[in-house]
Design a protein. Structure first.
Length: 310
């Protein structure tokens, strides 16, 4: 079995005077959740449409599951699932009837189709409500059903374009948990576009960052943090002021120090010890309640990359 689900070489797509995807070269291994991160208008949705063979590239090439997107798009679409801008649900039908319809579209045999519907709805917590009209459901429940639709025919790879966009925090968290569980159980590769960095950090084994059609970085979230984010100490307490910030910034082991509400954020040089800095704060009259040391968040790395490319 090929261990690369997606391979692109200088993949490019122009729309009139706009280059939506610019010489995109990357690989997505099989069996992982891959996060494709970028601001609105970065080229994420266009990339998915290119990979599904729905758009013809202006230049370069791509292979998905070993199939060329230019000449073998039908082979790609038979083996993939997609949840794009719209959930693809018939709201006057029940949840069960929606999946029955799509099961017939995929020519699933009757017994297999019904067993698969029960399996997916059970795992998503929707089985007991399968007879209800979808139009009466919350947005979060509809999105879960759309995920079931996407997985119904057991695809090897699924594309999801901002699947939690517009959901409230509770519904978004529930859907993330479902995606993690289903991806592991189904052994499916997931190509997930999002601009929610916290979501990507929780879900993705590998991420790519895109801006204005260009791939800026790709790797495990920890690799991106290590490459772009300095070691950081977060200090929570009281009595932090500009005088203390000046003292900290004068220290050779401190790259930067900033105050956000009652949190002091200190970027360190190398693997500097935080203890002497805490002693300095206390001697300056600050009250230190908690100290956390770690790398910059993926969101901070993302924002740094955005700034570097301006």
């Amino acid at each position: 079995m090929n261990d690369i689900a997606i391979h692109t070489e200088n993949l490019t797509r122009d729309f009139s005077t706009v280059r939506a995807v610019d010489s995109l070269t990357m690989e997505v291994p099989t069996g992982i959740i891959f996060g494709f991160l970028g601001p609105n208008g970065a080229g994420k949705t266009t990339t998915i449409r290119l990979l599904l063979g729905l758009l013809e590239p202006t230049g370069g090439r791509a292979e998905v599951l070993g199939f060329d997107t230019r000449t073998q798009a039908n082979g790609i679409r038979l083996r993939t699932g997609a949840l794009l801008e719209h959930p693809g649900l018939y709201e006057r039908l029940s949840a069960e009837d929606n999946l029955e319809f799509y099961g017939r579209v995929w020519h699933l045999p009757t017994n297999e189709r019904r067993a698969r519907i029960k399996e997916l709805l059970t795992h998503l917590g929707l089985w007991e409500r399968r007879k209800e009209s979808v139009r009466t459901w919350s947005r979060g429940m509809k999105q879960k059903l759309a995920v079931a639709r996407t997985l119904l025919h057991r695809p090897s790879l699924i594309f999801m374009d901002e699947p939690t966009a517009g959901l409230d925090p509770v519904a978004a968290a529930a859907l993330r948990e479902d995606l993690l569980a289903l991806a592991a159980r189904e052994k499916v590769t997931v190509f997930l576009t999002t601009h929610n960095l916290a979501e990507a950090e929780k879900l993705c084994a590998r991420v790519g960052v895109i801006r204005q059609g260009k791939l800026l970085a790709v790797g495990h979230p920890d690799e991106l943090r290590a490459r772009s984010g300095a070691p950081r100490a977060e200090v929570i307490g009281r009595g932090f002021d500009e005088k203390l910030l000046a003292l900290l910034r004068a220290r050779p082991e401190v790259a930067a120090a900033d105050l956000q509400n009652e949190r002091l954020l200190i970027d360190l040089r190398g693997e500097a010890d935080v203890a002497p800095l805490v002693s300095l704060m206390v001697s300056a009259g600050a009250e230190v309640e908690e100290v956390r040391k770690g790398k910059a968040s993926l969101e901070e790395v993302f924002l740094t990359l955005m700034e570097e490319e301006r």
